[in-house]
Design a protein around this ligand. Structure first.
Ligand code: NAD
Ligand code: TYD
Length: 361
């Protein structure tokens, strides 16, 4: 019913999480004629505090619901006359996937299949069927496996899937299901695969926010193995811009890789982060270097990720805007300016989880 005031309605799943909240904010502000419905079950990683600045916008709605719950999903699709789904809701942390793999199968695989099936049933029930509809699945470069050091290879859209962790295996599985709904039922779907994101609002279990928080508290910085693993880092707002562009201009049935063209060895990144965080805390240069602590390597730790993002650049004109030094400093500043956010997500309802994961580190 509500949709009559708007040109179209987009359902974003996982919009209270890290990337989802940046995407929701962008969509709500850039497209005032589009209704943006954020559906999130608010796990430990979902936090409505991430969106307080836009919660009163007339084109924003929040629905607390689980992507595995078909009744709730169908009712939201029908109530808001949803035209497009941008699906981000997932369990997203590799270390948790190693200790609790079934949570990842439930959410990332079963949840995605449920979303696909609900969207199919809803859209096929409409007179216009799939016209003007799109299911955009947000995935990761980790589905492609690991690259070797120093051979210059990169993941392309055609690279064979070779996931190693329970997280990447579950995401790979969900990607296959999304393509199956396109090929089997003719549902307009597309997939984006992005490299490591960083920026404000990331839960402090991932490398960059965990280490900023630990430096602030003078706690050890647990670098896995020798810190030689390489990741490609992209500022979260650049990812949100790419998702917006692909959702509005991408081709159904296609895949788009998104990356920062910004490879860093973990140990070099950690040293840069220590330097910037010490500066922003007003500590003497090198004050926190002694916190770096090499610990037992992650099981099955992928050596290197690197993305060839030339397709999205050539076809849609997207390039990352934020240089790493600026993005990292902005990120450090955001965490230091938002200590109450950090403390809220690492205490209260989240305390047990955080203690279990990070005690003794
Ligand atoms: P996140 O963990 O910060 O947020 C996930 C969100 O999904 C949370 O708000 C959580 O409450 C919600 N959620 C989890 N299970 C749910 C369920 N069953 N029903 C409804 N909501 C549920 O994750 P993120 O880092 O923002 O990643 C978002 C998406 O982007 C994921 O699909 C992830 O695989 C993908 N991705 C992440 C990165 C990265 O570097 N973080 C890179 C590439 C792709
Ligand atoms: P992470 O932020 O968990 O992202 P992903 O595993 O999806 O790449 O980790 C980034 C890199 O940092 C990865 O190579 C693992 C490493 N890492 C550590 O060395 N120590 C840590 O405490 C964490 C969380 C990650």
């Amino acid at each position: 019913m509500e949709k009559k005031h708007f040109d179209k309605a987009i359902l974003v799943t996982g919009g209270a999480g890290f990337i989802g909240s940046h995407l929701v904010r962008r969509l709500v502000k850039v497209y005032p004629d589009t209704l943006v419905v954020n559906m999130d079950s608010l796990t430990y990683a979902g936090n409505l505090e991430n969106l307080t600045d836009i919660e009163d916008y007339p084109n924003y709605r929040f629905e607390k619901a689980d992507i595995c719950d078909a009744t709730s999903v169908m009712s939201i699709l029908r109530r808001y006359h949803i035209d497009g789904v941008i699906h981000l809701a997932a369990e997203s942390h590799v270390d948790r996937s190693i200790s609790d793999p079934l949570d990842f199968v439930r959410t990332n695989v079963m949840g995605t299949v449920n979303m696909l099936q609900c969207a199919k049933n809803y859209w096929e029930s409409l007179p216009e069927k799939y016209t003007g509809k799109l299911f955009h699945h947000v995935s990761t470069d980790e589905v492609y496996g690991a690259l070797e050091l120093g051979n210059g290879q990169m993941f392309e859209e055609t690279t064979r899937y070779d996931p190693h962790s329970p997280y990447s295996a579950a995401k790979a599985s969900s990607d296959h299901f999304v393509r199956a709904w396109h090929d089997t039922y003719g549902m307009p779907t597309l997939v984006t695969n992005c490299s490591n994101n960083y920026g404000p609002n990331q839960f402090p279990e991932k490398l960059i926010p965990l280490f900023i928080n630990n430096i602030r508290n003078r706690r050890p910085l647990p670098v896995y193995g020798k810190g030689e693993n390489i990741r490609d880092w992209l500022y979260v707002e650049d990812h949100a811009e790419a998702l917006d562009l692909v959702f509005h201009n991408g081709k159904a049935g296609d895949t788009y890789n998104i990356g920062g063209c910004n490879e860093w060895r973990n140990i070099d990144l950690v040293k840069a982060l220590v330097k910037i965080t010490d500066q922003e805390l007003g500590r003497p240069e090198g004050d926190s270097v002694h916190l770096i602590n090499f610990v037992t390597d992650r099981k099955g730790h992928d050596l290197r990720y690197a993305i060839d993002a030339s397709k999205i650049e050539h076809e849609l004109g997207w390039r990352p805007r934020t240089c790493f030094e600026d993005g990292l400093r902005a990120t450090v500043r955001w965490y230091l300016d938002n200590i109450s956010w950090l403390e809220n997500v690492t205490s209260g309802a989240y305390a047990d989880y955080y203690k279990r994961m990070y005690s003794g580190r």
